[in-house]
Ligand binder design. Sequence first.
Ligand code: ADP
Ligand code: ADP
Length: 225
Amino acid sequence: DVPLTISGLTKRYAGSTDAYAVRDLSFRVEKGQVLGLLGPNGAGKTTTLRMLMGLIAPDDGEVRVFGHAIRPGAPVLSRVGAFVEGAGFLPHLSGRENLELYWRATGRPAADTHLDEALEIAGLGGALARAVRTYSQGMRQRLAIAQAMLGLPDLLILDEPTNGLDPPQIREMRDVMIRYAAGGRTVIVSSHLLSEVEQSCTHLVVMDRGRLVQAGPVAEITGSG
Ligand code: ADP
Ligand code: ADP
């Protein structure tokens, strides 16, 4: 099963007189890859990720995740986990309690050993027992990513996970992604900075104004191979 195949994906927002947000986008992501979706603000990264999570409908084209066609309203596959900005946590509860609450809300068994594994990969350590209101921005971000990793989904989608983080936190985030994919899983991460994706990603898809500009192994694109 190929984790992700996108073909001819096209989106133009209703009422928008602008150009297309995403236009005729096609690429695929293989198992074990960490794919960086790279492009400046407005390139169409978030729109692309929202279509592949089934949050918005494309005007044209198709998304297949592990062979299943994705469409809005259809249940999200349990093999997919996603991080999007602004995940809300209950500030008076601990990080662990927040994740347990979320996990139960998705209707899965309370005691799942995967919870501990996700927490370990996210590297929150001793902070997990503390109330979320005491967390730094970087810790909240990692908690949101741990939440996306609950159940260890085969495909993890991260929309600009390093937004608002400082350089040491960005390096930690890079390690989190590498550790995650090392288990034979697949990661898709968006960024507007090459410096952030060139060391954590195996492959890149470069977008600009809704279109694919370049795609391939990182070394090929950066010319460092
Ligand atoms: P990126 O994530 O790369 O910054 P986006 O997918 O957010 O790019 O945006 C792509 C284009 O679509 C931009 O021109 C943006 O202004 C426009 N856009 C994004 N969301 C909406 C929306 N909800 N309504 C109208 N236009 C939008
Ligand atoms: P991102 O770059 O991550 O897509 P933005 O700050 O561009 O984030 O967008 C934040 C929110 O505003 C999103 O919900 C997006 O859909 C919406 N948005 C972005 N551009 C437009 C636009 N031109 N018209 C309407 N809504 C927009």
